[in-house]
Design a protein around this ligand. Structure first.
Ligand code: 13P
Ligand code: SF4
Length: 357
């Protein structure tokens, strides 16, 4: 019974008081978000995990890579808890560390490791936040950095100051959309094919590359199409179309704007006149925004609901269970990144946090 669960979460949270902080990603369902002390995009939540060093536990209502990031940034004594361990991210799973290491080995063979005359190294690895801690650690060890959808252009600039090329993973769309907006031509963005070992990839294209893309994508954002945007424009003259940069390039190109989940929220918040917004991102966020801003008409571009099924795995029942366990003195579902991965992964994250906004 939802009311019962809600009461259980409230009671356990009240008993725990300041001992626990609950963080919630924008894509979480309403019954979970309502209990969060802080709701935000992945960049804001990474920062939020630094703000309560006094709390014993950070209960992270989001997906696995976000909880790992919170563990990397929070104090060593603090426990980061993911209410359902099955809440992963299919995009993060698309960049397997062994495949990445193999790619790196081959690129190093092709480019060498010596900096050019301008002091820039041949290639800098950049990983989207939506990746395993192992991959963040790989970036930390190899002069690289992490980005989120809200700072990808800033981070790419950081990388181009230090490297002649960028190897960007896992999301080909965020990489392509961001680099394209910065003026990188599409021909200079070949995609690495991990199924084609040495020789199978086009060496000339890799040599001429400015950004080498990985083949990952988000199965939620891949559903959006330019056709949906055309239809929204036909049915709602004057509609403002905003999409997440994980959408394929033709969708971003057809939209009026693109940006992270916080960008989308802010754009709606800043609209002073009643406006119709067609949004290309996860439906739980779109529905919440529609409820929060009744002066506007806000709908999801995908007419068939478009939820992130793994974000949805954080059911309020799991939230009640982890909080009640904490009350009972147990620490369930703790996410701990092993030290050998944590140190370089933290370095890559700290480079991101220090890169100018
Ligand atoms: P944000 O960086 O906008 O929070 O997006 C995270 C995410 O998983 C999008 O699919
Ligand atoms: Fe991963 Fe896509 Fe879900 Fe974001 S929306 S957590 S990228 S599967």
């Amino acid at each position: 019974d939802p009311a019962d669960l809600d009461a259980r979460v409230r009671a356990a949270k009240a008993t725990l008081g300041d001992r626990v902080v609950i963080l919630g990603h924008f894509y979480q369902r309403e019954e979970v978000v309502t209990h969060a002390d802080f709701v935000g995009d992945s960049f804001q939540l990474a920062n939020a995990s630094l703000t309560r060093p006094d709390a014993e536990a950070i209960v992270f209502c989001g997906v696995h890579f976000m909880a790992e990031t919170a563990d990397l940034l929070s104090g060593p004594e603090q426990a980061v808890i993911l209410p359902n361990l099955a809440a992963g991210c299919s995009m993060a799973d698309m960049a397997d560390i062994d495949q990445v290491e193999e790619c790196w080995e081959q690129l190093t063979e092709l480019y060498g490791t010596e900096p050019g005359e301008d002091g820039r190294v041949p290639v800098i690895p950049v990983t989207y936040m939506n990746s395993s801690a192992a991959l963040k650690g790989f970036c930390g060890r190899n002069g690289g950095i992490v980005c989120t959808s809200s700072n990808a252009a800033t981070v790419l600039e950081w990388a181009f100051e230090r490297g002649q090329r960028v190897l960007f993973f896992p999301d080909q769309h965020l990489g392509r959309n961001t680099a394209k907006a910065m003026g990188v031509p599409l021909e200079a963005m070949p995609m690495w094919n991990p199924n084609k070992p040495l020789g199978g990839n086009d060496e000339q294209a890799l040599t001429d590359a400015q950004v080498i893309l990985w083949h990952g994508f988000c199965s939620v954002h891949r559903r959006f199409t330019p056709g949906q945007i055309e239809q929204a424009r036909a049915e709602h003259p004057g509609v403002r179309v905003i999409v997440h940069p994980e959408c394929p390039m033709p969708v971003v190109d057809a939209a009026d704007e693109s940006g992270s989940t916080e960008y989308i929220r802010k754009a709606i918040d800043a609209a002073t006149e009643p406006t119709t917004f067609a949004i290309g991102t996860e439906v739980n966020l779109v529905q919440r925004l529609a409820a929060q801003y009744p002066q506007h008409t806000i709908f999801c571009l995908d007419p068939v609901v478009c939820p992130c099924s793994t974000m949805y795995r954080i059911h309020p029942g799991y939230l009640a269970w982890v909080l009640e366990s904490l009350v009972a003195g147990e620490v369930p579902n703790r996410i701990t990144v092993p030290a050998d991965v944590a140190d370089p992964a933290r370095l890559a994250l700290e480079r991101m946090l220090a890169a100018k906004p």
